[in-house]
Design a protein around this ligand. Structure first.
Ligand code: GLN
Length: 248
């Protein structure tokens, strides 16, 4: 089995090593004899064929970087929307997540037009101390299982208008300062503020995405072989123990 992945703007949107999410998928797939082919698209490249891919990834970036990417990605609005409707999986982190909404109002109050694929919108708070920075833990349900996801958030943008979040905040801020919820989720789209990279810290989520992409592509039930996650689990437990105890 194999999967085709498209990594968008990897040279621009790679805050906190977000692109490593793709390396993690490749690493976990390889241990199951699944091959992952990774293509990249960035400004100036030929138009990618979005429909050829099983997964599309876009990471986070500063306001300046987002502005540059927003101008380019808008050319592909229709293709992206259609590919989402076809069930292709989209993993979007922070700045990338914001760009799929209606708009992003940056720290200078300038509005960056989003792809307008989802109804949420993001505005930078005028109150300086309302920046969401630090470790974060959320509780999410994937594949009918409750899981905890850990990560690191750093965003001035406050996202509103989401009624299908990725999870409930147990520690940290989430979609906006002191929000109860984090991220955006539908069957084949995850938008999140969790950097880290997200998938190195949360192997269960990486496997959920792999499984989804394989089942869709091969149109059959896939059971991923268990792999050794000893170190990942120790690292995660360390973070959960540290953060959730302090939160009581
Ligand atoms: N520039 C955006 C914000 O500050 C996104 C930052 C990010 O990707 N971490 O909200």
């Amino acid at each position: 089995m194999n999967l085709n992945v498209l990594c968008l703007y990897p040279n621009v949107m790679d805050l906190y090593g977000d692109n490593a999410n793709i390396d993690i998928l490749k690493y976990r797939a390889k241990q199951r004899n699944i091959d992952i082919n990774i293509d990249t698209y960035t400004i100036g490249d030929e138009e990618p064929n979005f429909y050829e891919y099983d997964l599309v990834f876009l990471g986070g970036g500063s306001d300046t970087e987002q502005k540059v990417v927003a101008k380019d990605i808008i050319k592909y609005q229709k293709q992206i929307e259609r590919s989402i409707n076809k069930g292709i999986f989209y993993l979007l982190v922070c700045g990338g997540f914001q760009l799929f909404g209606k708009y992003y109002k940056d720290s200078e109050n300038k509005v960056i037009k989003g792809l307008n694929i989802f109804n949420y919108y993001t505005e930078t708070s005028s109150t300086k101390n309302e920046k969401c920075i630090g470790d974060i833990v959320i509780e999410s349900v994937v594949d009918n299982h409750k899981i905890e996801l850990v990560g690191f958030e750093n965003h001035g943008g406050q996202t509103f208008g989401i009624d299908t979040p990725l999870g409930k905040v147990r520690y940290g801020n989430g979609n906006s300062f002191k929000n109860e919820y984090e991220g955006f989720m539908k069957e084949n789209v995850i938008g999140t503020y969790l950097h880290g990279p997200l998938l190195s810290k949360n192997p269960e989520l990486a496997d959920y995405i792999l499984k989804y992409c394989l089942e869709r592509k091969y149109n059959k039930k896939v059971n991923l072989k268990k792999i050794d996650d000893e170190f990942e689990n120790i690292a995660k437990k360390e973070m959960l123990d540290k953060l959730l105890v302090r939160n009581i």
